[in-house]
Design a protein around this ligand. Structure first.
Ligand code: 6PG
Length: 466
């Protein structure tokens, strides 16, 4: 199978950036959007590639006018817009054609759509794309789900436009049907935890150590030369050192402190719950965004309780170590979720490859990912990244700082939900005997749910009165 006729539907920020990237890599591209494409404005930012593009008035027109076999990439919002685009394209497609959903779709939708289209001989791929507008333009990380033969047909183009880590393309076929969108969803769940742990570090330095935003930015810049090196640390440093031209104040001080979310972090937490995987760092990060959005209620709470936010007796180096331990645990939970989903849906995900294709182009690219790829090549104990020898050595070194930071933060009234979640997971997962013996006793007491005994057998009951 070869594919040479590419179309792209959806010329918003991401679609336009990806279209320019595709053209820059020497491919011709048919383009269409919700509205008739204004080719003059579309090529305005990339006049050199004008000859590579053919504009169409609608998706249906584009599919009809393109020679077969066609590969059409959607860069449109997840949900109803994808349903409508499939409905418009489908009547004009023929066996051998491919639709590629490159948005942040729910993997269950992708599984359903792939099964539906494949039943009529059409191919459907769910492709996670990370890196924002800049990544889409200059090289994103891409996680491809779908049939292997279609991936092979798309591969030369996708490898050409992808980010490169030391020359290696940051794109791969991760598995069938919804696997690509699931891997991207978990990428975003990890992204939520990572963003929040940096926000918590910032909060502690700002309000617990009374350091200015610019100095915290400079501290993050230092982090970015060590084991916390990451794209998110880098941009946080820049955001914190930016001055608002209108007020001359640090820009962060004029940004309303309510975080938006489109759903992928929440989906990660929900899928973790469904699959019985602990992802409490992601849950905590989603929860923190939720309460950030309750701005008015927070103001009322402040009035009622007049809380005092005290100083914290920790160093910035301890906060950096706490952040590193939290990052490792957040990633460990994310990869554990990938592993469980792979078993559940029969995807045969290669966790090392997932880490490798996240090393450049994507939002969570970081120093840690090469070590993660190595860790999964050597099957970590109990399948958990946090137990892999190199990660465990770092955690042994960093958890005391995490404990000190979380302890000091809680004592002084600073919320650090993701760091707290990471530490709770660590403490829970490093004790062979926990406290669920009482939970089982309670369950048996009120519901005769039974329990297993340490000296053998299950189905036991306590001698409770009826
Ligand atoms: C990426 C980002 C991208 C997008 C998220 C943000 O990997 O490029 O994750 O997909 O910025 O959808 O999600 P929220 O709006 O939920 O923060």
């Amino acid at each position: 199978m070869t594919l040479a006729n590419f179309g792209l539907y959806g010329l918003g920020t991401m679609g336009t950036a990806l279209a320019h990237n595709i053209a820059e890599n020497g491919f011709n591209l048919h383009v269409a959007s919700y509205r008739k494409v204004d080719m003059d404005s579309f090529v305005a930012n990339a006049p050199a590639f004008e000859g590579n593009f053919t504009g169409h008035d609608s998706l249906a027109d584009m599919v009809r006018d393109m020679p077969a076999p066609r590969a059409i990439i959607f860069l449109i919002p997840a949900g109803q817009a994808v349903e409508e685009a499939i409905a418009q394209a489908r009547p004009h497609m023929q066996p051998g054609d491919v639709l590629i959903d490159a948005g942040n779709s729910d993997f269950q939708d992708t599984r359903r759509r792939a099964a539906d289209l494949e039943a009529s001989g059409l191919a459907y791929m769910g492709m996670g794309v990370s890196g924002g507008e800049f990544g889409a333009r200059t090289g994103p990380s891409m996680m491809v789900g779908g049939t292997a033969s279609v991936w092979e047909a798309m591969r030369p183009m996708l490898e050409a436009i992808s980010a490169k880590f030391e020359g290696e393309p940051c794109v791969d076929h991760v598995g069938p049907d919804g696997a690509g969108h699931f891997v991207k969803t978990v990428h975003n769940g990890i992204e939520y935890a990572d963003m929040q742990l940096l926000a918590e570090s910032y909060g502690l330095m700002r309000h617990g150590l009374t350091i200015s935003p610019a100095e915290i930015g400079a501290e993050f810049e230092r982090w970015n030369n060590g084991p916390m090196r990451s794209y998110l640390a880098e941009i946080s440093a820049e955001v914190l050192q930016t001055i608002d031209p209108k007020t001359d104040k640090p820009l962060v001080d004029v940004i309303v402190d309510t975080a938006g979310q489109k759903g992928t972090g929440r989906w990660t937490a929900i899928e973790a719950q469904k699959l019985g995987v602990a992802a409490n760092t992601v849950e905590a990060a989603v929860g923190a965004r939720v309460w950030s959005a309750g701005r008015e209620a927070r103001a009322v709470g402040e009035e009622i309780f007049a809380p005092t936010r005290g100083t914290v007796a920790v160093t910035t180096a301890q906060i950096e170590h706490a952040a590193l331990a939290t990052r490792i645990i957040g990633h460990s939970q994310g990869f554990d979720l990938l592993s469980s989903a792979s078993d559940e849906f029969g995807w045969d995900l290669d966790l090392s490859r997932c880490a490798e294709i996240w090393r450049a182009g994507c939002i969570i690219r970081s120093e840690l990912l090469s070590g993660i790829a190595d860790a999964f090549r050597n099957a970590p104990p109990a399948g958990l990244l946090a137990y892999a020898p190199e990660m465990a050595a770092t955690l042994k070194d960093a958890v005391p700082a995490l404990r000190a930071v979380v302890g000091a933060a809680i004592a002084a009234g600073h919320p650090v939900p993701v760091m707290t979640a990471a530490l709770a997971w660590f403490d829970g997962m490093t004790q062979s005997r926990g406290t669920a013996d009482l939970i089982q006793g309670q369950r048996d007491f009120f519901g005769r749910h039974s329990f297993a005994r340490v000296d053998g057998g299950s189905g036991h009951h306590g001698p409770w009165a009826d």
